[in-house]
Design a protein around this ligand. Structure first.
Ligand code: PEP
Ligand code: MN
Length: 263
């Protein structure tokens, strides 16, 4: 169902009037994790000031260590909704448990399925059964074929509102947190009719690489870029090394605008 052979025209996902997959790139910004209303509200204000409409934030955080911050859960989703409503934004947040999908539907506009859950088939089926758009991230060690099949699980349940997200894969290279597989973008665009995003934060794990990789993503035809922004990354409860502060966010955004020829 996700194959280009089955449907030649591009699937477009519309959120708050922003069309994802129609040829002009869209952007998702927000903190790694929801920490407080004040924190999310401050980021949402910056996002809105740029005329953007899409806000991310993790409430259920899939952390490598059980002793690291696990996220605020349902309270985090409520905070996201409150901040997003205040600034007229759409919310993207990761759900890790099929049982949470129904209650999350009241608070979020897009269900994110994270890299670690790309092959959690019960979660994929539950996301497919809900009629919410889904942002599906590529698994840490997933081949492109496995990634496409994961999207197929969602669409097989009748939900075609899927955004694919390349977020880097695990290789022997240690200079970056993961290795951004940039060629996955044109391959996914050729093989499927779904919009393709690139997450520059988790693929690189390095603040200094956010801009060059975002430009690369746009150059190879990505439908959008996701990156993390935090009021004070030094004290962030997760991903402190790669989130942008507001000043860095401004320069990132200005450079992207210039790159795209928007003045
Ligand atoms: C995230 O986007 O918050 C996240 C945890 O990313 P990934 O699943 O790609 O590691
Ligand atoms: Mn993060």
């Amino acid at each position: 169902l996700v194959s280009r052979k089955k449907k030649s025209e591009d699937t477009v996902v519309t959120l708050k009037g922003q069309q994802i997959g129609n040829g002009s790139p869209q952007f998702i910004f927000g903190p790694c994790a929801v920490e407080s209303f004040e924190q999310v509200d401050a980021v949402a204000e910056q996002v809105k000031a740029k005329g953007l409409k899409l806000l991310r934030g993790g409430a259920y955080k899939p952390r490598t260590s059980p002793y690291d911050f696990q996220g605020l859960g349902l309270e985090g989703l409520q905070i996201l909704k409150q901040a997003a409503d205040k600034h007229d934004l759409a919310v993207i947040s990761e759900i890790v448990n099929p049982a949470h999908i129904e209650e999350a539907a009241d608070y979020i506009d897009v269900i994110q399925i994270g890299a670690r859950n790309m092959q959690n088939f019960e979660l994929l089926k539950a996301a497919g059964a809900s009629k919410k758009p889904v942002l599906l991230k590529r698994g840490l060690s997933a081949t492109i074929d496995e990634f496409i099949n994961a999207a197929e699980y969602i669409m097989a349940q009748g939900n075609d509102q899927i955004i694919l997200c390349e977020r880097g894969i695990r290789t022997y290279e240690k200079a970056t947190r993961n290795t951004l597989d940039i060629s996955a973008v044109p391959i996914l665009k050729q093989e499927t009719h779904l919009p393709v995003f690139v997450d520059v934060t988790h693929s690189t794990g390095r603040r200094d690489l956010l801009l060059p990789t975002a430009k690369a993503a746009l150059a190879v035809g990505a439908d959008g870029v996701m990156a993390e922004v935090h009021p004070d990354p030094a004290v962030a409860l997760s991903d402190s090394a790669q989130q942008m502060n507001f000043e860095q966010f401004d320069s990132f955004w200005n450079a992207i605008q210039e790159y795209l020829g928007v003045h």
